[in-house]
Design a protein around this ligand. Structure first.
Ligand SMILES: [Mg+2]
Length: 195
C-alpha cells in the first residue's frame, strides 16, 4: 500500500477535552480508600505497590451525563472532523482513560445532546487495560491502531501533557506516520504540537 492511499486517524479524549467533568477516581490499598484523585491528578498518578484504581464514579453514565459540561470549541472542531473524516474513509475514535460505562445508551446521549454523531465514533476504554498509568493504558490502544498500518496521519486531542508526550514519542517506532498532538486548555483553546 502506498502512502497516498492511506487514511488518517483522529483521536479525542473525553475528560477535560470534550467535556469538563467532575467524577473522581479512588486509589485503594489494603481494602481501603487511600487517596481520591480528580481527573487531572489521575492522569499523572502512578500506582504504588499494593494499590489499585477504583473507577466507581468514572463508570457511572448517570454522573457523566448529569455533571459533564461541553467544551464548546473542541466539540465544534470534533463535529467538523467527524463529518468530513468519516466521509473520506478516515477514522475518528475516542480514547478515554475510563473503563466500561454502566449504561452505554445514557453515556451516548451526552454526546448526542451536543450534536455529535457518536454512532460513527468508536469509544475505546483504556481503563480496561490495567497498566500503572492512564497514559500507558492509552499507548496500548494507540499502538493497536498504528499496527494496522492503515494510517498515514494520526492526531490526538487531549488535555493531558503525559498522554500527549507518550503519543508523540511513538513517532520513533512509526517513523512513516505523521503525528500531531493538540493540547486542549481549560478555556478550550487548542495548541498544536508536532512530533
Ligand atoms: Mg483528559
Amino acid at each position: 500500500m502506498n502512502t497516498s492511499s492511506k487514511v488518517g486517524l483522529t483521536i479525542f479524549d473525553i475528560d477535560e477535552t470534550l467535556f469538563h467533568t467532575t467524577a473522581k477516581v479512588q486509589v485503594f490499598k489494603d481494602g481501603k480508600v487511600n487517596k481520591i484523585l480528580d481527573n487531572q491528578q489521575f492522569n499523572s498518578y502512578q500506582l504504588k505497590k499494593g494499590e489499585s484504581f477504583d473507577y466507581g464514579q468514572f463508570k457511572s453514565a448517570k454522573i457523566f451525563k448529569e455533571t459533564s459540561t461541553p467544551i464548546a470549541k473542541v466539540i465544534k472542531r470534533a463535529k467538523r472532523i467527524i463529518h468530513f473524516a468519516t466521509r473520506k474513509g478516515s477514522k475518528v475514535i475516542i480514547v478515554t482513560a475510563r473503563q466500561d460505562m454502566d449504561d452505554k445508551k445514557l453515556f451516548k446521549e451526552a454526546f448526542k445532546a451536543q450534536g455529535i454523531d457518536i454512532g460513527r465514533v468508536y469509544v475505546e476504554r483504556a481503563g480496561n487495560i490495567g497498566k500503572k498509568t492512564a497514559s500507558a493504558n492509552k499507548v496500548v490502544i494507540f499502538k493497536k491502531y498504528l499496527d494496522t498500518a492503515r494510517y498515514a496521519r494520526i492526531r490526538l486531542f487531549d488535555d493531558d501533557k503525559n498522554n500527549l508526550k507518550a503519543f508523540l514519542s511513538l513517532k520513533r517506532e512509526y517513523p512513516n506516520v505523521e503525528f500531531t498532538g493538540y493540547q486542549v486548555f481549560r478555556s478550550g483553546n487548542i495548541k498544536k504540537l508536532v512530533a
